[in-house]
Design a protein around this ligand. Structure first.
Ligand code: ZN
Ligand code: ZN
Length: 381
């Protein structure tokens, strides 16, 4: 564990003591590439267990092998660069070891191993692809246009949020299963035949827009309920406990809240007869959108801020000062906050600080997982 501690200390090194050219960034990238390579190798060995069926097309086309080679080559070059530049070598050598290990494992033939098809799969590849695609998109943007300049990629508690990211990616199928229950209940209770036929005739983009509006309406009230009822707030406080916001911060959400939120927002999406393509497009949009509104991005959108949720609008939701409490619940359209009296967006400012008033949420995934089920020590406000 000594190495892990040394690595984490290296990652969290303050900006001043790792200027450009010190081998810090290349070393970190080589480790990331080595880990991504290892995960991809594992996916190739156990395709049945670790692969989302929806991603099978990508695997069959040989893209995983190509991605693996590209990632390993990149990691190898970065590791060499870091070892050359950095006196301490911890990052570069660790990255090199991971890349070499992944290369050795990767050259073994996974075809000889066939496992029985399992009913439950874990989206490990989904996680790898998520982190790589979303990270590559957002990390450079956050470096160039930061709302908070002093914040670094490896901010405090980044490991916890990465773990949240991993868990919810790995449990995609379990969550999808949980989410379908309320939909089934509603469609048993009501007959949507006519509505479904009508919705089916709508143009594709109108369907996507309606899904966004309908799910955000449900999301608004579910979210507001999580703030209003003390029992629900105990779960939602975990989400609000993050003190620095960036592309990863939105991942921190208690499992119970994810299940409730996804289950209820899925009801209009699955009962009203939308085209599956429109639903998938919506899911893709929402995935990037929710990452975007948490990102540490300074962009101002002028008039657009009144119609669409922006990072600044949502950062206010996470603010811990008096003026930021219980506001801005919408996640796509601020109009819901206008309509229901919870809208607040100062002219130009950002909130001073983020987090939970009282700051009483413990650190770490498992402690946060248990906390809502424990009896509160004192009555909460
Ligand atoms: Zn909230
Ligand atoms: Zn948020």
């Amino acid at each position: 564990m000594g190495l892990i501690r040394k690595l984490v200390a290296e990652f969290e090194r303050p900006r001043e003591s790792r200027p450009f050219g010190s081998g810090w960034a290349s070393g970190s990238l080589s480790i990331l590439a080595g880990l991504a390579g290892l995960l991809l190798v594992i996916v190739r060995f156990f395709p049945e267990t670790f692969t989302m069926p929806e991603l099978q097309v990508i695997h069959d086309s040989g893209m995983v092998t190509f991605a693996l080679r590209a990632v390993l080559l990149f990691g190898y070059l970065m590791a060499l660069l870091s070892v050359l530049l950095n006196r301490r070598k911890t990052l570069g050598l660790t990255g090199l070891a991971l890349v070499v290990l992944a290369s050795l494992l990767g050259t073994a033939d996974p075809m000889g191993i066939s496992l029985e098809r399992q009913p439950l799969y874990f989206g490990l590849d989904y996680f790898v692809i998520n982190v790589i695609v979303v990270g590559i998109l957002f990390i450079p943007l956050e470096r160039v246009f930061p709302a908070r300049f002093e914040q670094t990629v490896f901010r405090s508690e980044w490991q916890e949020d990465m773990f949240y990211y991993l868990v919810s990616s790995m449990l995609v199928q379990v969550l999808a299963f949980l989410a379908i229950a309320p939909t089934n209940m509603v469609s048993d209770l009501f007959d949507f035949t006519q509505t479904r036929a009508f919705v089916g005739t709508m143009p594709f983009w109108l369907q996507v827009a309606i899904i966004m509006a309908a799910t955000d309406f449900v999301q608004y009230w579910v979210h507001r309920a999580f703030h209003t009822f003390p029992f629900l707030w105990r779960f939602h406080a975990i989400y609000h406990s993050t003190k620095q916001l960036d592309w990863l911060a939105g991942a921190r959400m208690h499992f119970v809240e994810i299940a409730v939120l996804r289950g209820l927002t899925a009801v209009p999406m699955f009962t009203l007869g939308f085209d599956p393509g429109a639903i998938q497009t919506y899911l893709l949009i929402v995935y990037f959108y929710s990452t975007f509104i948490h990102a540490n991005l300074s962009w101002h959108f002028g008039l657009l801020e009144r119609f669409f949720v922006t990072p600044r609008f949502h950062h206010w939701h996470h603010g811990s000062e008096r003026a930021a409490i219980d506001i801005n619940y919408a996640s796509h359209f601020p109009i819901y906050d206008w309509l229901f009296g919870t809208h607040r967006l100062p002219e130009k400012d950002w909130p001073v600080e983020y987090g939970v008033v009282g700051n009483d949420v413990p650190r770490g995934y498992w402690r946060q997982f248990i906390r809502p089920f424990r009896k509160p020590k004192q009555p909460e406000d």
